[in-house]
Design a protein around this ligand. Sequence first.
Ligand code: AMP
Length: 394
Amino acid sequence: MKKTIRDFDLNEKKVLIRCDFNVPIKDGKIVDNNRIVTSIPTIKYAIDNGAKVILFSHLGRVKTEEDKVKNTLAPVASELTKLLDKEVIFIKDTRGKELEDAINNMKVGDVLLVENTRFEDLDGKKESGNNEELGKYWASLGDIFINDAFGTAHRSHASNVGIASHLPSGIGFLIEKELKELSVLDNPEHPFVVILGGSKVEDKINVIKNLVTKADKILIGGGMSYTFLKAKGINIGTSILDEASIDFAKNIMNEYPDKIVLPVDIKVTTEFLNDAPAHVTKIDNIADNEMGLDLGDETIHEFSKILDSAKVVFWNGPLGVYEFSNFTYGTKKILEKVANINAKVILGGGDIVAASKELGYKDKVTHASTGGGATLEYIEGKELPGIAAIDDKE
Ligand code: AMP
């Protein structure tokens, strides 16, 4: 078990918190403040317990001087000021005298935000390469380090692993919640049903390899199902194919013939367009010029029957091109299903969480994991360096 922010006496301590403020910003305005909002409980807890709070985050990628202009955390500082109802001190640098003086002048309950940690990447990828000197320097600014950025926990950066290596450390409430919810998948209750969609098999090979041993059924839909169908010798027309993964698909279906469940009917069209004429067809009746972009009702029925008895469900990847309003049907129907069964339902990976939000189901499942890459690496059974670096409970 990892230490959490609750395991520390924060009073009068300089507490460094690594947050995930990597929010979408357009023309200097924050488009979606969800990541900032969800960071507030950990920050408030630190304030309420007498800390001097120093916040770090990355924002986008910084490869040129111009990237610095569009990736400044200044809008985040204003948003935090609003959400906390308290002036947040913003330092437009990632190191130096101004930052050090500002920290030395902080009073109990003050909050300070350091500029985008990736500004350090311009100087030889110091942040992303977990430069030893940088991690040590940032650690020297505080007394305690709290990591609350789950989305970067699969990366070994100076602002997570680096700082943690030089200070007493714990996790914040966001990471604590992610780990608690995802741990349901370590030894899942059965039936454990996995739903996989999205576009490419290749990105999910390790996820499939790890889950196939634990799951009772793996329901495969969306773009990745066509590689499996092709591996079975079915004509997939012009549907998306991940050629390099055909052999993998063949082998896994041979090894686990009863576990992998594929679509039996799909909605096809001849052009990758929302408004292209479309119809539902049986899976063995796809014409050469047709591509499948959504599920048919028979498949939805088959998937639903299996989901009815599930105790735990993990779902990654949409079951159709959910960005096109005419092809959200399968994803929506199965979201509706999992929202209404008596099971722990965990959505993981960016696209299905985005789809569930858009379609109004995000709050109707047990947990929508926000980690993207970090969530998938957790599911693959990998150790996440940003969490491994945190102190264990005694
Ligand atoms: P991933 O990042 O692998 O989870 O893939 C998500 C993407 O898969 C989304 O942009 C979907 O539009 C896409 N997708 C889902 N189903 C299909 C399909 N049948 N054909 C093409 N793309 C699909």
